[in-house]
Design a binder for this molecule. Structure first.
Ligand SMILES: *[C@@H]1O[C@H](CO)[C@@H](O)[C@H](O)[C@H]1NC(C)=O
Ligand SMILES: *[C@@H]1O[C@H](CO)[C@@H](O)[C@H](O)[C@H]1NC(C)=O
Ligand SMILES: *[C@@H]1O[C@H](CO)[C@@H](O)[C@H](O)[C@H]1NC(C)=O
Ligand SMILES: *[C@@H]1O[C@H](CO)[C@@H](O)[C@H](O)[C@H]1NC(C)=O
Length: 284
């Protein structure tokens, strides 16, 4: 794993220029850093690591509930800044159950799309969750299940009305099935095409829509992909890992094969719901 990790990340260096020199190559991974380098992450020095604490007024959060939950538990820096890629990948793996093969591709993609940068000359990471907020139409996109479209409101702050709309698609008011989530997704797409003259849902953005639905299902769903509503409420509203309600991070973590399979399920459901709903001009 280690060698493929280094290989993947080294392949990225060609897309970023102006790396400060360190030794013979840029230390991209935490393990590459010289002994005695202060940690980027507050994780190792935070006595309350794992304990949920809602963000305060200066903590920065992202459009992504999963990353926010990791920060709210101190698995990533609680202030939402200087987040090393190694921490993102390893914390997604151990505390969300999303394996590092998938996580590495995500951070590679985020690097190519310009969201990652060099933190104080020490390695690659997110200077702040804000760079995900600023990534409209590259990483962050319209028709989110929980955030407003950028042209209509905040693409970072949760919108409780939208979250309630998502939950209203539960037919038994106890679980969200993949079909429920796909129907809620289509309602958001329809809403964006109806109200947002700037709506942009080309293939890059729609792929993100289906993959995020897949990730929600992977993190919270049972073996049939059904998500307990009380777990979804804690995760999406409080951005809290619902361990107090009996959830634990899937172990072993879900790898890329599982994630792409559920993403394909959402793509297929999305395609047939969109066809039945008047064929909004999405790219699949
Ligand atoms: C918010 O918490 C951060 C740690 O995440 C701390 O550094 C900062 O001083 C706090 N800000 C306020 C306004 O309490
Ligand atoms: C929406 O589109 C218009 C016209 O292209 C543009 O002037 C405006 O800046 C866009 N607004 C946002 C928030 O993207
Ligand atoms: C939240 O979403 C609803 C429904 O789309 C919208 O009417 C409302 O303006 C949004 N609220 C905020 C604070 O953006
Ligand atoms: C669904 O359940 C929640 C709490 O479990 C309750 O507050 C809400 O009123 C219920 N909604 C419906 C439509 O029954």
């Amino acid at each position: 794993m280690k060698s493929s990790t280094s290989f993947t990340l080294l392949a990225l260096t060609s897309v970023v220029t102006g790396f400060p020199a360190y030794g013979t190559r840029m230390p991209l991974l935490r393990d590459d850093l010289p002994a005695g380098t202060p940690e980027f992450s507050s994780r190792d020095s935070d006595p309350a690591v794992g304990v949920f604490q809602a963000p305060n007024s200066t903590d920065v959060r992202s459009p992504c509930p999963g990353l926010n939950a990791l920060a709210n538990h101190g698995y990533l820096p609680r202030d939402g800044t200087n987040i090393h890629i190694t921490d993102i990948v390893s914390q997604m793996d151990s505390n969300l159950g999303i394996a590092s093969d998938f996580g590495l591709i995500q951070v590679a993609g985020a690097t190519v799309l310009g969201a990652m940068s060099i933190i104080d000359g020490l390695g690659l990471g997110l200077k702040s969750f804000e760079s995900l907020t600023e990534s409209h139409n590259t990483i962050e996109h319209d028709a989110s299940l929980t955030r407003d479209d950028t042209a209509l409101g905040s693409n970072t702050d949760k919108n409780q009305t939208l979250i309630d709309q998502l939950f209203s698609y539960s037919k038994d008011n106890l679980t969200l099935t993949p079909t429920d989530i796909a129907e809620a997704r289509q309602a958001r797409i329809k809403d964006s095409f109806t109200r947002n003259p700037n709506v942009t849902l080309h293939k890059l953005q729609t792929d993100a829509c289906w993959r995020e639905a897949g990730l929600l299902t992977m993190v919270l769903g049972d073996q049939n992909g059904n998500i307990r509503l009380d777990w979804a409420r804690e995760f999406l509203v409080d951005e809290k890992l619902p361990t107090d309600l009996g959830w634990s991070a899937p172990s072993p973590a879900h790898g890329i094969i599982d994630i792409e399979a559920i993403t394909q399920t959402y793509t297929d459901l999305g395609q047939s719901l969109n066809a039945a709903d008047g064929n909004f001009p999405l790219e699949f």
